[in-house]
Design a protein around this ligand. Structure first.
Ligand code: NAX
Ligand code: K
Length: 521
């Protein structure tokens, strides 16, 4: 159920279903019924006056069906059409014909003395920005303050990217069909949808075998079978040894947050390494976490020669500069899985050379080394030249510094970045996207607003590192970490600070453990 389909893929699902013998009119009838059912939940009783705003395509067709069904059960329904009835085609024209009352022009006046608005203006077929009269209508709906139920997507929201094209309806609820679209989860679409209901309209699951979607909404079902739970007779080193590289003396908090994240995520052993002043400070603050004075690229290489130290995090509090560049390159030469966050990413940015970044973003990464090591291309070459996986955890700013202005939706940008760099990318935000170099991608949807707090990214990077230490495959580890992080924040509730996150993780893990399929304990 977690597959996400673009509007184009949804159209294909529709065509496959019709080719299998289900008439499009039946699909539209069921879609309209699903809309009517949710609309009825949003009313205050049978005398509620409902405005159904219909557009020129099949989204409008769903609106005509919903209008008729709601009228049949006693609601006071008015139908307003954008454009001319004679211009309607196919199933939508047929459903308009079955509406027994007058169809009025959809203008802002339509909203007067209404209680609920059904937005059936544009859905999957939105092909350009909304302008002119249609834009005026959308703005009037938003200004009216009336509750809105959107059909498929709020009109103006691009179902593929979640972006607003021109203007967009702000809905209280949205009913979509068969599967969600990326635009239901990507910002600002997610906010504009309100609560999303996915209705079964008779599209068979088998269409997914043809469509083979590579984008999912994050959920344990995607990665739980790769999760390594403690086993009887296991040794702490069976659960991996995570190494967290600390920054200098006054920037050790980030490493400590990361280390606690890694340990709580189940790594058998966690060691923080750093220079002697930093580690002296850290040693007074930690107990189950080990501390070792290891500083500089050469010492790091030596330290990582022990292959039991199998996952490394560098970046939180690391400082931006050539030392961090050297440390990262040394770490990437080891056989450990690597997580690169924050300053480890920014250290490879080349702010003075936008042309180069544009070149890098187009995939011409083969040449490197002629402009010194602090180039995105140097980083990507080092990642591609190693066996063990790398996970990068940029927020939008760090992402732009490494990859420049990539075209497309957040999902497409993360995918391109993963392919270019050879790393699994966690592109953070309210709508965090995780992408693998092979094209798989996930949108996360469980992060509460209060997770945006100082240090929460350090904990996330630590959780990823802890899961990699336990030898979880990188894409699954990244997805699981983002989910656990969001779930922990939700479980704690408002008032959360980053320090709280690691300590809520056990509660979340215990719930997962209790719910996991039997026989894998
Ligand atoms: N594909 C499916 O599986 C199903 C689709 N259904 C409905 O059909 C919808 C898709 O129908 P359509 O493909 O006809 O697309 P829409 O009804 O979303 O919109 C297409 C129409 O709007 C016009 N248009 C697009 N952007 C515009 C803009 N910015 N300004 C003015 N006019 C614009 C187009 O010229 C076209 O006439 C879905 O959103 C859903 O509501 C349902 O009936 C059930 C099954
Ligand atoms: K709509």
């Amino acid at each position: 159920m977690n597959e996400l389909l673009t509007p184009a893929e949804t159209g294909e699902a529709d065509r496959l279903t019709e080719a299998g013998g289900t008439p499009g009119l039946d699909l539209m009838a069921r879609a309209g019924k699903a809309v009517a059912d949710v609309a009825a939940l949003m009313t205050r009783g049978p005398d509620t006056r409902i405005a159904v705003l219909c557009g020129p395509g099949n989204n409008g067709g769903d609106g005509f069906v919903a209008a008729r069904l709601l009228r049949n059960v006693g609601f006071d329904v008015r139908v307003f059409l954008l454009g001319d009835k004679s211009a309607l085609k196919g199933d939508a024209a047929e459903m308009a014909r079955r509406w027994p009352l007058p169809i009025r022009a959809a203008t802002p006046d339509a909203l007067q003395s209404m209680y609920l608005v059904i937005d059936a203006l544009f859905g999957a077929g939105l092909s350009r920005p909304i302008e002119g009269d249609a834009a005026e209508l959308v703005e009037a709906v938003n200004a009216s303050g009336l509750p809105v139920l959107a059909v498929d997507v709020p009109s103006g929201v691009d179902g593929a990217s979640g972006e607003v094209r021109g203007v967009a309806i702000k809905a209280r609820r949205t009913v979509t069909f068969f599967r969600k679209k990326p635009g239901h989860l990507l910002m600002p679409g997610r906010d504009l949808c309100g609560e999303v209901t996915v209705a079964d309209i008779g599209i068979p699951e088998s269409v997914l075998e043809t469509l083979k979607p590579r984008l999912h909404e994050n959920a344990p079902g995607i990665w739980i079978s790769d999760f390594n739970w403690p086993t009887d007779g296991g040794h702490k080193y069976d659960r991996g040894h995570a190494v967290i590289v600390s920054g200098p003396a006054l920037q050790t908090g980030a490493a400590r947050l990361g280390a606690r994240g890694a340990l709580r995520a189940g790594a058998g052993v966690v060691t923080i390494v750093g220079n002697s002043t930093a580690t002296a400070i850290i040693a007074t603050q930690v107990t189950s976490i080990m501390v070792r004075s290891v500083s500089g690229a050469k010492a790091l290489s030596e330290f990582l020669r022990d292959q039991r130290r199998n996952a490394v995090l560098i970046g939180p509090g690391a400082s931006v500069g050539p030392d961090t560049v050297a440390d990262v390159l040394a770490i990437l030469k080891s056989s450990a899985s690597v997580v690169l966050d924050a300053d480890a990413l920014t250290s490879f940015a080349d702010p003075e050379d936008d042309g180069d970044r544009a070149e890098a973003s187009m995939g011409f990464l083969a040449r490197n080394g002629d402009r010194g090591p602090a180039q995105p291309s140097t980083l990507f070459a080092a990642i591609k030249g190693r066996q063990a996986p790398v996970v990068m955890t940029p927020h939008e700013g760090e992402f732009k510094r490494l990859f420049g202005e990539l075209p497309g939706s957040k999902v497409e940008r993360a995918r391109t970045a993963a392919e270019q760099s050879g790393a699994v990318i966690i592109l953070k935000g309210t709508d965090t996207v995780i992408a693998a170099p092979d094209g798989r991608a996930i949108i996360n949807s469980n992060a509460p607003s209060w997770l945006a707090t100082a240090g929460s990214g350090d904990v996330l990077a630590g959780i990823v590192t802890g899961l990699l230490a336990q030898r979880m495959p990188a894409f699954e580890a990244a997805s699981a970490a983002v989910w656990l992080h969001g779930e922990a924040a939700s479980a704690f509730g408002i008032g959360l600070i980053a320090e709280d996150l690691p300590d809520v993780l056990p509660k979340v893990l215990q719930k997962l453990y209790a719910e996991k399929p039997r026989g894998r304990r």
